[in-house]
Design a protein. Structure first.
Length: 264
C-alpha cells in the first residue's frame, strides 16, 4: 500500500464550529493503480483529496504514506512522495513550458534552484511523455486549456514521485481532450508503475479507464473496482433517476429513457 487512511473525518472548522463533510473514511491505495474519486457536486471530492495531501487538515484520523504518518514528513519529504495538481492553483503564465515543468524538480535542487543534468533529463522525459517537447520554449499564456493541463501533468511527472494526485484535471476541456488527459494518466500508471489518484466529474470515463473508484454518496465513502461497484448497485442511486440513470449493459450513465421518450 502506498497510501492508507483510517478513521478519517474531513470538513471545515471555524473557531468552535465543526462542519464535517465525510466521516469514518477508510482507504487503501496500492502502487501502480489509477483511481478516481467521484461523486455529485458538493459531495466532498476535493475536500477529501486536499485532506489526503495535507493541503487541508483533517478533522480526525490519520493518513499514512509509504508506512509513514503524513504529519511526520517535512515539506521536502512530502514533495518527494506526492505530486499535486490542484484546480485554480496560482501559475505564472509568463513562464515558458520548460520553465513551468522544471518547477517539478524543486524538491531535489540545491538552494540556488539550479537543475542538474539529471533534473534536465526528467524534465525533457516528462515533456516527451505528454507530447509537448516541440513546445518547450512557448510561453504558457499562449497555450490552450488542454495544452496547459498537459504542462501541469508534465510538471507532476517531472517531480518523479510514486504518487500523483490531481483535482479535476479535465476542467474546461472538451470531450476529446478530457479523454486524452485521462489516457495520459493511464499511460503514466502502466509505463512507470506510479499511482494516480484524481477527483473528477467524468464518471463514465473513470468507469472505463480506472482500476478502482472511490465513490462518495450520501456522506459515505466506498472503494472498489468499477465491476464490483456496478455489481453491488452502487451507481444506481447516485443521481435522481428522473433525469439520469445508470445502464449496466453499457456501464455508463445516460439520460433516463422516460425523458427521451417524452420528446419522441
Amino acid at each position: 500500500m502506498i497510501l492508507e487512511a483510517s478513521n478519517l473525518s474531513v470538513g471545515y472548522q471555524k473557531q468552535k464550529k465543526v462542519s464535517p463533510v465525510l466521516s469514518n473514511v477508510h482507504l487503501s491505495i496500492e502502487s501502480g493503480k489509477m483511481i478516481a474519486i467521484i461523486g455529485v457536486n458538493g459531495s466532498g471530492k476535493s475536500t477529501l483529496l486536499r485532506s489526503l495531501t495535507r493541503v487541508q487538515e483533517p478533522l480526525a484520523g490519520e493518513v499514512i504514506i509509504n508506512k509513514k504518518n503524513i504529519n511526520l514528513l517535512s515539506d521536502k519529504e512530502l514533495a518527494a512522495q506526492i505530486s499535486l495538481v490542484l484546480t485554480h492553483q496560482p501559475i505564472s503564465k509568463n513562464l515558458s513550458v520548460y520553465e513551468l515543468v522544471s518547477l517539478g524538480r524543486h524538491p531535489y535542487t540545491n538552494w540556488l534552484g539550479i537543475n542538474s543534468s539529471q533534473d534536465k533529463k526528467h524534465i525533457l522525459s516528462a515533456l516527451k511523455q505528454v507530447g509537448l517537447q516541440q513546445m518547450k520554449y512557448k510561453k504558457c499564456n499562449e497555450l490552450s486549456d488542454g495544452q496547459l493541463q498537459k504542462v501541469l501533468l508534465a510538471r507532476a511527472i517531472a517531480q518523479d514521485t510514486p504518487l500523483i494526485m490531481l483535482d479535476e484535471p479535465t476542467t474546461h476541456l472538451d470531450m476529446y481532450h478530457k479523454a486524452q488527459v485521462l489516457h495520459l494518466l493511464k499511460d503514466v500508471c502502466v509505463e512507470t508503475n506510479k499511482t494516480v489518484v484524481f477527483a473528477s466529474h467524468e464518471i463514465n470515463l473513470a468507469i472505463q479507464l480506472c482500476d478502482e473508484i472511490i465513490l462518495i454518496h450520501n456522506h459515505s465513502v466506498v472503494q472498489g473496482t468499477p465491476e464490483k461497484l456496478i455489481q453491488s448497485g452502487a451507481f444506481q442511486n447516485l443521481f435522481p433517476q428522473d433525469l439520469i440513470e445508470f445502464d449496466e449493459l453499457s456501464k455508463s450513465f445516460r439520460v433516463s429513457q422516460k425523458q427521451t421518450d417524452k420528446y419522441q
